[in-house]
Every structure is written in structure tokens, then in C-alpha cells.
Design a protein around this ligand. Structure first.
Ligand code: GLA
Length: 714
């Protein structure tokens, strides 16, 4: 519900759990409140007590604005930076009007959909600037999304030096900030630190959201835990260089802001032009991080991830990357397909190495032509074989890249991103292509479409194995080079529109050296993302736990692989690897033709077990029970929305000898209902399972073994 109370000048945005309110006075919008839902008119008192007349008390300049500006007296971080032709950075857009409309799309950028949007228009005629602040609410989830657009309504050009998507202020209580830090093959580890006076921030300068810091942050009260306490979460629907910050000011209040990274950013806005900021998803929970995560999960499943895939069973894939790397031929692939056939695995994915002369990672990226010498009969022979064996077929691409050793680079060296006078650096022996150029995008669309349109392909893995390091395009004017990182994102979204949206029956999986571009913007096109190149089950408990803070399990692609594990050298039981891979869009990634008879024979039961819990992976509520970072155990629970059934996964990471069985307290069940716990042959009340817990025989569990429990309401 979005409403405006003319008398008090207060805008109320309210859903089932949350109130977001701000007020209008003398043309300026003041932030009032974002938190637990409160009775509508009560906030009028906040409005009155927050207001001080000029010269009184803290003064009107310290009030929290919905659009914090530079040079208006509060000294904290502004949300926008706009320079006039004469170099003046000041602006003061004042309220002009507002409207409530069905949620519009953001031109050229992915966003959530299906909500109701409040647009508030502010104008500064002297500056020639219009700012439209947008707020979106949904009927079925308590997230609030925000974005803004800046329009040049004057006759002289403006230069944008900062465009954040949102700003809001939190009360003056000590808060912690939580972010997801990481690196290649070790992505998204939660890190919690205390906010301090000044600026805490996370960012990317890589034209991708990056493995180093995810565009997600949570700000929480000191007592906030998994299940209790207050927490505000923000997540940017953006795949390029971003920044999220908390600025604790002189009175102890934290201002939270985020959007496009302003490092190196500038945007030339000519008269009549409009600039759209990416969308930010904001969520609030007064039941700790667990509930916050469930709000994000519901929002992404209902209002972001393509509806045609989001709740449909995903393919159970066999991917040949860890099985063969580049070293394969038709016979090796046939052997993998033959072994997988009949096990329940339903899709074979041919990874890197099928095109050009790509026999290692030094060459051929960009040459998207089938290597028929390596693959006798081309892709058709593989696809036909898959179909004969009852499998679908998927294919790997890395469309945004080029190797210096490639036909594409020979023909168009200028298409690789580079800056004048400096040798561009390679990463994994490759350059990124300049997606800001239309002819580059046209080429990618034509070669990738040529493959997609001439073969029966059901699935594409879209990889991205380096970040952008030289923010420069030979085709942009010198005073527009600051637009590069954002234009790269717009180029990527254009590619996605033209390749993904035009092939609606192909399921595209995102990938970026594993999880280096795991963000909501990618999820708007790709229903799932390869979570990490680390397939070790122990590491995956951590990576998948961290990722689940804001991304639903169904968005995480997870494969069982060979042991000793290729990344960590660790050996874990076969069933454990499958069980941990079941906590996402599951699959296998090893040479199944070389599995022992016993391990191969185990796959059908593993796949059946997955299908039994698949509805919970796709649509259930996630409850995190035992965090894996302490290294002892890991446990999560999935509960159906109607609480009729649930699934518990427990992993003993490290056995301590002579430990008695320990109770695992479940969550999210109907306290008064009776649940049958299949594996234990017990029937207990939800209340008992949540209070006394389910007794786990850790005394009998070896290192890295798992137990799963299915609960059904009787
Ligand atoms: C990246 C991906 C892997 C695999 C290789 C292929 O590292 O994350 O899964 O596709 O590229 O080169």
C-alpha cells in the first residue's frame, strides 16, 4: 500500500511487515522511518519532533533527507553528484509532484517486476535537473525496491559524478555491517564488523560485481543473530562496478547508500537526456538474518528470476569440465554420456574446448566455430548421441572474451578493451571485449546465435573468466571515458536481451570463473549461476551458506565431483558430495564412465532423493541451522510454504570422538502439528522438534558424512 497524507505531508509505503515513510516540507523530502510495520498515523509525531526551525536546536540542515545532497549543510555522503557547465556542484531539487503506477521496467537494465511504484519528482530549475525517486512495493513479499533517474531539463549539459540508487538513515544505535567477501573458488564468506564514525564501504572497480565483494550488505543491531534482532539488507540489481556504504555521522546515525561506484565515474548528460540508476532491493527483518534471507529469496523467486524457469524442475546435468578439461574427443564424451544415461541425469553439458583450436586456455576465445577435427561429426554427432540416450544437450560459451591468439583478435585487435599507451593486462591469457561498442555486440550475437539456431540446444553455460581492468573504449570521446564501466553493463544487458530473451526455451546458466558475477541482475536473465569453481563438499557448505544470505538455493548451481577433490585435495564420501550438491540446482561434474560400479550404481538413488526434495529447493523456505565456519558441523532445513513437509541436511564436518548424540533444533515448523520423521520412524510435534530438537547421532558419524531427514505432517 502506497499513500500520501496531504495533511501531514507524509508518504507511507506499507506492506505486511514493513513501513517505509518520509515526509514533505517546503519542497524537501525528509526520511522518517524504515522498519517494523507501525500504525499508520503514529509517525506524525516523528515528523513533528524531527523538525526544527532554522536556527533552532540541531537545525534543519541535520535532518535526514530522502535525497541527501552535497552542500546543504549536513556534511554526510550525498546520494548524487551533478556538476553544471560552470563547475557548480550544488543543487536543490524541490518537490514537483508524485504518482503511483504499476512498476515500470528500467530502460536498458534488468529489474524486479510485478510491483506497485511510487515516483516522486523533484526539480531544480536553476540547475536544469529533474530527479525522480522511485519506490516499489509488492503484495506478497516485504522487500522495498528503489531506483532513481536524473533528467537534464535545462539547456546546458550536466556532468553526473555520482548516482546512487537509494539512501536511507537508521536511528542512532550501534550497528554492525555484514558483507560477503571472497576470492576465486572461495566466494561469499560473511564478514561482520562494527560500524564506526565515518564511512564503511564495500565496492567493485572491475565492471563486474566480483568474487571479492558481493553487491550485498546487511546492517544489524548488536544483538542480531540468525533468528533474532533487527537487520536491514541491501542488494543491488547491478553487474558492474558498485559501491555500498554506511556513513555514521556526528549524531551517531548511519546513512546507508549504494549504487554505481563513483570511482572513475562520470556521465555526460546532454539537454533532454535521462540517466537511470540500477535498482536496489532493500529488506528489513526483526527476526534476524534468517528471515531477511527469506524475504530476498521470495522477492527474487516471485519478482526477478524469469518466471518460465524459476519454479520448474531444473536439469540434472553431467558437465565434462572436471572430467576432461580440454582433453576430450567424441569417444570420451560418448563414454560419459553412455555412463550417465539411465541414471536419472538428464542433460549433458559440453564445457570449454569445443571451438576453434581451443585445446588449452591460451587460445581461440572468440572463435565460436565447432572444432570438427576434435569432434568428429561436430556438435550434431554429440547431440544426436545425447538424444539417443535420452539426455538433453547443453553448451559452454564465454561470449564477452577474446584470446590474443585467436582469429577474432587477428581480425579485430581493437575490439579488445585497452587503453592508449599502456599494454593491457591479460587474465587467464585473455582480454575482455569492448561491449560498449555495438559492432562488437552484433558480432557476438551473430556467432552465438548461429550455433544456437542451428543445433538442438537446451542449456547454455555463459562464462566470464576475467574482470575488466582497463576502463577505456577507443570509441568513446575523451570526456566520456568515465562512462565506460556502466556502459559495459548496459552492453552486457543488451547481449542478454538479444541472446537470452530471444531464446526463451534455452536455460542459461551464469558463470564467472565460478561465482565472480553472482548478482540479482544476472539472475534477471539466468535462473541459476555456477556458484563456485570449488566443488569440494566441505568448502561448498561455506560458500553455499554465504550465498544463501540473499540468493535462493535454486539460483545456485552445485555439482558432485571426483575425489580427491581437484581444488582442495580432500576426500569426502560420494553420498556427501551428492547431498551437498542437492542444496541447489544439482548436477555432476566428473568422468562418470570411470566411476566404480558401486558409485555409478548409487547415482539413481541420489537423483531420486533430489527429486523428492526438489520442490523445497525451488520454492521452500530456507532455515539455516548450524553454521559451517566453526568447522564442526553444518545443517540447513527446507520447509514447504504450507509447512506440510520439510527436509533437513546435517553434515558432520569434523568428528570429535566420544561425543554424545546432540539435539538439532529445527525451525519454521507448525508447532502444533505432528510430523513423521521418516528416517527415524518417529512422530513428534513441531514444537518438540523445534524445542527439544532432533537427536543427531554425531557419536556414530565419521568426518564429512551427512544425514538427511524427511519430515511430513501427519
Ligand atoms: C571457468 C568455469 C568452469 C569451467 C571453465 C572452463 O573456470 O567456472 O566451470 O567452465 O571456466 O574454462
Amino acid at each position: 500500500m502506497i499513500s500520501f497524507d496531504e495533511k501531514s505531508g507524509i508518504f507511507y509505503l506499507e506492506n505486511a511487515e514493513v513501513t517505509y515513510a518520509f515526509s514533505l516540507a517546503d519542497g524537501i523530502l525528509y526520511h522518517l522511518y524504515f522498519g517494523r510495520k507501525v500504525p499508520h498515523d503514529d509517525l506524525r509525531y516523528l515528523n513533528r519532533s524531527a523538525y526544527c526551525a532554522p536556527g533552532e536546536g540541531m537545525g534543519e540542515n541535520s535532518r535526514d533527507r530522502e535525497l541527501p545532497l552535497y552542500g546543504r549543510g549536513d556534511g554526510r555522503e550525498p546520494m548524487i553528484g551533478v556538476t553544471s557547465e560552470n563547475g557548480n556542484l550544488l543543487c536543490e531539487p524541490l518537490y514537483k509532484g508524485h504518482r503511483v503506477i504499476p512498476q515500470p521496467a528500467i530502460p536498458g537494465m534488468p529489474s524486479t517486476f510485478g510491483g506497485e511504484t511510487l515516483e516522486v519528482t523533484l526539480e531544480d530549475e536553476k540547475k536544469g535537473l529533474r530527479v525522480v525517486l522511485s519506490y516499489t512495493l509488492f503484495s506478497d513479499t516485504s522487500a522495498v525496491t528503489r531506483t532513481c533517474r536524473l533528467e537534464n531539463i535545462g539547456s546546458a549539459p550536466l556532468t553526473l559524478t555520482r548516482v546512487y540508487s537509494f539512501a536511507f538513515d537508521l536511528p542512532a544505535v550501534p550497528l554492525d555491517a555484514l558483507s560477503l567477501e571472497g576470492a576465486w573458488a572461495n566466494e561469499r564468506t560473511p564478514e561482520r564488523v562494527a560500524l564506526h564514525h565515518g564511512v564503511w564501504s564495500i565496492d567493485s572497480k572491475q565492471a563486474s560485481s566480483s568474487a571479492i565483494l558481493n553487491p550485498f550488505a546487511a546492517f544489524m543491531t548488536k544483538d542480531c543473530t540468525e533468528d533474532a534482532g533487527e537487520v536491514w539488507g541491501v542488494n543491488l540489481v547491478y553487474s558492474s562496478s558498485f559501491r555500498i556504504l554506511a556513513n555514521v555521522g556526528p549524531h551517531g546515525k548511519a546513512r546507508i547508500e549504494g549504487g554505481i561506484n563513483d570511482f572513475g565515474f562520470s556521465w555526460h548528460l546532454a539537454p533532454g537526456e535521462v540517466f537511470h540508476a540500477p535498482e536496489a532491493v532493500l529488506a528489513y527483518s526483526d527476526h534476524g538474518l534468517g528471515h531477511l534471507s527469506r524475504v530476498f529469496h521470495d522477492t527474487y523467486r516471485e519478482h526477478l528470476i524469469p518466471t518460465r524457469f524459476v519454479k520448474k524442475p531444473r536439469p540434472v546435468v553431467i558437465n565434462n569440465w572436471e572430467a576432461t578439461y580440454f582433453n576430450f574427443n567424441r569417444e570420451k564424451l560418448f563414454a560419459i554420456i553412455d555412463a550417465a544415461a539411465g541414471t536419472g541425469i538428464d542433460t549433458f553439458v559440453l564445457d570449454d574446448g569445443w571451438f576453434g583450436d581451443r585445446n588449452d586456455d591460451h587460445r581461440a576465445l572468440g572463435d565460436w566455430f565447432v572444432n570438427e577435427e576434435k569432434l568428429e561429426g561436430g556438435l550434431d554427432a554429440i547431440i544426436e548421441h545425447c538424444h539417443e540416450k535420452g539426455l538433453k544437450f547443453g553448451l559452454w560459451f564465454e561470449p564477452e572474451m577474446v584470446n590474443p591468439q585467436s582469429k577474432l583478435y587477428e581480425a579485430h585487435p581493437d575490439w579488445a578493451i585497452h587503453a592508449p599507451d599502456y599494454t593491457p593486462i591479460t587474465m587467464r591469457n585473455q582480454y575482455a571485449l569492448d561491449l560498449t561498442r555495438k559492432e562488437v555486440r552484433d558480432y557476438i550475437v551473430s556467432v552465438v546465435s548461429a550455433i544456437l539456431d542451428s543445433h538442438e540446444i537446451d542449456y547454455v553455460k555463459w562464462d566470464y573468466n576475467r574482470c575488466v581492468t582497463e576502463m577505456y573504449s577507443a570509441h568513446l570521446a575523451p570526456d566520456r571515458e568515465g562512462e565506460f564501466a556502466h556502459r559495459y553493463a548496459l552492453g552486457l544487458y543488451d547481449l542478454c536481451e538479444r541472446l537470452v530473451v530471444t531464446h526463451p526455451n534455452i536455460l542459461f546458466e551464469g558463470c564467472a570463473s565460478g561465482g565472480a558475477r553472482f548478482d540479482p541482475a544476472i539472475l534477471a536473465y539466468f535462473p541459476q549461476i555456477w556458484t563456485s569453481d570449488d566443488t569440494d563438499a566441505v568448502m561448498r557448505t561455506r560458500i553455499q551458506w554465504g550465498t544463501s544470505l540473499c540468493y535462493p538455493l535454486s539460483s545456485m548451481s552445485c555439482h558432485a565431483s571426483v575425489c580427491p577433490n581437484h581444488q582442495t585435495g580432500r576426500t569426502t564420501p560420494w553420498d556427501t558430495r551428492a547431498t551437498i550438491a542437492h542444496l541447489g540446482a544439482t548436477g555432476y561434474e566428473l568422468d562418470v564412465s570411470r566411476l566404480s560400479e558401486e558409485d555409478l550404481a548409487a547415482i539413481p538413488a541420489q537423483v531420486d532423493a533430489y527429486h523428492e526434495m526438489e520442490d523445497l529447493v525451488l520454492e521452500g523456505d530456507l532455515y539455516r541451522l548450524e553454521e559451517p565456519y566453526s568447522g564442526r558441523q553444518f545443517a540447513v532445513e527446507l520447509v514447504s510454504k504450507d509447512k506440510s513437509h520439510a527436509h533437513v541436511t546435517f553434515m558432520q564436518l569434523f568428528r570429535v570422538f566420544n561425543c554424545p548424540p546432540r539435539p538439532l533444533k529445527l525451525k519454521g515448523l507448525d508447532p502444533d502439528a505432528l510430523y513423521r520423521v521418516e528416517e527415524k520412524g518417529l512422530t513428534l510435534h513441531g514444537r518438540t522438534l523445534m524445542s527439544a530438537g532432533l537427536l543427531i547421532p554425531v557419536d556414530r558419524m565419521k568426518d564429512c558424512t551427512c544425514l538427511t531427514y524427511r519430515l511430513t505432517k501427519v
